[in-house]
Design a protein around this ligand. Structure first.
Ligand code: F6P
Length: 447
């Protein structure tokens, strides 16, 4: 990452009873930090336990009075920790230790090992506390029942066993105490209350604000480019031109599409619509929001990539007038910065507050943006590698609907014909793409 103090390493260690969203938080942090360009990895103790002890561990395996199992569990935690330390001592910048870490003894062991074996490491403990029975039940249903530990068990028995497992942990659970002298954040009932202690430094403060904006309420996020512009027709970059006739038509069709998505005015009033300050985007938002009878927010942060000295040129003109720049951008589009303009890496830093804004929103979000900006935003939700960002496909006259869920993000892409209004789902017809947040594998479910 460009602004990371390279020698500074960070360990983020989770704490909490099972089904308190620790893995959810770990994955979100992993995605966010990777998207920012940090080398970041999650070390999930449960995965080590499954690998070493198998998946046939019922609740008795988690009983602290079961000495053999406790020894095995401690060994798994130690192995995960050793791998984490090796990672931080090589090219890893941020490591996430995802486990329950429910006792002071365990936390002390982790903290001491990190300090002794890792150079220049800062540790932040993240404790998730939740006593809302509905949230816990929901979490078990959405995440635990599909977990390899329970694939061969019926949901009722699996839930019963899992609640039994939680009880075993409750018997030994010690919440983080001030006397442990740790840097920590406590997230209580998913953001209802937050406690922060001894957190210092730029990146940790960033992580804290990110965590403060998280919630688990599902809501769709719509991404669309502005309607086609006169510059799009001429293949010119930059500028601040207006919509083409087709662009106006698309904007009208987009408004109609959203009317169908949100049939009542009450629903439409919930939409959080964001756009840039550029003419082509605000004109699109004007048309759409006039149809929906809602307001929109104009943000400079969402303005298209600044192409500097290439403003107003076609790609062919750039190749002729600035052949070296053209060639350099072709080779490394991610880091190439237009003279007096921006690179894709610059854009990622610029739009970071938008990620917070979208994460924070519990209402549907509509972003009417630009190609390069939307590539960066989309990559965050889709978990693309940072190197893939400049090549992502964000077609014109199409809307991408993303619905983030606990461990995956559903995606539907719909192409809208500006003239006829015909809507066509792109790629897999009548299917929703589910992107697993950890494996990035796609699976498909019928609508
Ligand atoms: O062509 C439309 C546009 O939004 C330009 O304004 C912008 O410079 C370009 O796309 C970004 O795409 P790329 O990085 O592929 O040139």
């Amino acid at each position: 990452m460009q602004d990371c103090h390279k020698s500074q390493k960070i360990a983020l260690c989770m704490v909490g009873l099972p089904a308190r969203g620790k893995t959810y938080i770990s994955r979100k942090l992993h995605r966010y930090l990777n998207w920012l360009g940090y080398n970041c990895k999650v070390f999930n103790i449960g995965n080590y336990r499954r690998e070493i002890c198998g998946t046939e561990c019922d609740k008795s395996f988690f009983d602290s009075k079961n000495e053999q199992a406790t020894k095995a569990r401690n060994e798994c935690a130690q192995m995960a920790l050793n791998d984490l330390i090796n990672y931080l001592n090589s090219d890893g910048e941020i490591a996430i230790f995802d486990g329950t870490n429910t006792t002071k003894e365990r936390r002390n062991m982790v903290q001491c090992s990190l300090l002794q074996q890792c150079q220049n490491v800062q540790t932040l403990w993240i404790e998730s506390i939740c006593d809302d029975a509905d949230v816990i039940q929901n979490n078990i249903r959405l995440t635990k029942l599909n977990n390899p530990d329970y694939v061969s068990m019926n949901p009722e028995d699996a839930t019963k066993d899992f609640l039994g497992r939680i009880k075993m942990y409750e018997e030994v659970y010690q919440k983080i105490d001030l006397d442990e002298n740790l840097s920590f954040i406590k997230l209580i009932n998913i953001g209802e209350d937050i406690q922060i202690h001894k957190v210092k430094g730029y990146l940790l403060s960033k992580i804290i604000s990110y965590l403060m904006n998280l919630h688990i309420y599902p809501r769709p996020i719509y991404l669309t480019r502005h309607g086609g512009s006169t510059f799009n027709q001429e293949n010119r970059v930059g500028g601040d031109c207006d919509l083409s006739q087709q662009g106006i038509q698309y904007s009208e069709q987009l408004g109609k599409f959203l009317l169908d998505e949100f049939p009542t005015q009450e629903q439409r009033n919930q939409i959080h619509c964001l756009t840039s300050t550029m003419k082509r985007a605000t004109h699109t938002a004007d048309i759409v929001c006039n149809i929906l009878k809602i307001n929109y927010l104009q943000l400079k942060t969402l303005d298209e990539i600044n192409v500097g000295i290439c403003d107003g040129l076609t790609y062919t003109q750039i190749a002729i007038q600035f052949p070296e720049d053209f060639a350099e951008r072709k080779v490394n589009k991610l880091t190439y910065r237009y003279p007096r303009g921006e690179s894709y890496l610059d854009l990622i830093s610029r739009i970071e507050p938008i990620i917070y804004e979208i994460e924070r929103s519990r209402e549907p979000v509509l972003v009417i943006g630009h190609q390069a900006i939307l590539r960066c935003l989309y990559a965050y939700f889709h978990r693309n590698e940072i190197s893939e960002v400049p090549q992502l496909e964000i077609p014109i006259h199409a809307i991408i609907k993303l619905t983030p869920a606990a461990y995956y993000c559903e995606e539907i892409r719909i192409k809208i014909d500006p003239e006829t209004g015909e809507r066509k789902q792109i790629e897999e017809d009548l299917q929703i793409t589910r992107i697993n947040m950890l494996t990035k594998k796609k699976s498909y479910i019928l609508l």
